[in-house]
Ligand binder design. Sequence first.
Ligand SMILES: [Ca+2]
Ligand SMILES: [Ca+2]
Ligand SMILES: [Ca+2]
Ligand SMILES: [Ca+2]
Length: 400
Amino acid sequence: MKKGLLRGAAAAIAFAIGALGLAVAPAAQADAAGFGDCAAGRFCAWTNTTATGPRLQTRTDTPWLGSYDNRIRSFTNRTDMIACLYSGRNYVVESGPTGSWSAVRPHASGTGYSGAGHLDKSSLKFVRTARECVLPAFPFWYDEAGTRAAGFGDLNGDRRSDVLVRDETGALWFVSGTGDAWLAGTSGWNGMDAITRHGDHSGDGREDLIARERSTGKLWLYPGTGDGDFLPRRVIGSTGWNTMSLITAVGDLTGDRRGDLIARETATGKLWLYPGTASGGLGVRRLIGGSGWGAMNLLSGPGDLNRDGRPDLLAREAATGKLWLYPGGTSALAPRRLIGSGWNPMSSVIANGDVTGDGLLDIASVTTGGTLLIHPGRGDGTLSPGYVVDPNWWGLKGAF
Ligand SMILES: [Ca+2]
Ligand SMILES: [Ca+2]
Ligand SMILES: [Ca+2]
Ligand SMILES: [Ca+2]
């Protein structure tokens, strides 16, 4: 839970990479005679294709490859980091068609790359995630401050929507509405296969986080501190949660001012409501949807999208990519309404309140290719067409 401002200084590079189309070139595997000569924990490179002869062997950042500059024809990465290779010196990707970079993941012993594909490389740097070759570990997020508290989507209480982002190592980043970010969880989040948040569950008025642990099926509550960090977690569902394939916090559906949870049961396709309790736990579940929910592959709690006083539910239909709005009712969900199509390319749907600053709730999404879009809400339950905000949300493992 260390809080350190880690705002990236790579915005200019980010734009250059965006213009180039974000090619994270994987290094092809190939057999070559000498790869096995590279010491464990080192990155090795050679000027011939057989990984023999003079050898560069290092585990430190190298701003200029010296006698290997623009001459590397084979290499192996035996470190536990990602090795970034750049066409420019000092870890720079030149703008224009000559600029290139590669993120080289660790190779198994005895394997590596061989060929002419990296003859333009001039510098070498080691990082944790592929993004960090050219970008900060976390993406950029900005949201104008709203005039009133949204009740959800704002973990640090600054009236700006914020985002939680998981990187490829399983670290969880809090990204505020001003673009600042810090680690809210240093590791282990790849062990969670459902992560959701929507307002307060613990009863202190601060937004919390709920996550399901894949290995145990436990459901954990991470109480928010109100400033973008979390207190030690506690179990709110000890067993059985692995039978659910979609879990989302939705806000207060039952009308007792406690946040509730909705989950889809894998085997039956049934939709269950888990009411939040005064102690921050979950009460006895009740059925709110029959077997048809097996057709859905995403649930999200957008808040009261149609402004009738009840939080609503979004669901994406797997076969069609259609996005459906299910208005929340006092005891059940009202008849659904189609509000979007073409949503299957979205790997993350982020429901964190009013992003555009007009007082109406919006939706953000991230495509599988790593592009962030905003879908402004119209206030009647429908969304205006999404527009692209940022192409640099790639290389992440979910945004929440
Ligand atoms: Ca905020
Ligand atoms: Ca709370
Ligand atoms: Ca509603
Ligand atoms: Ca809005």
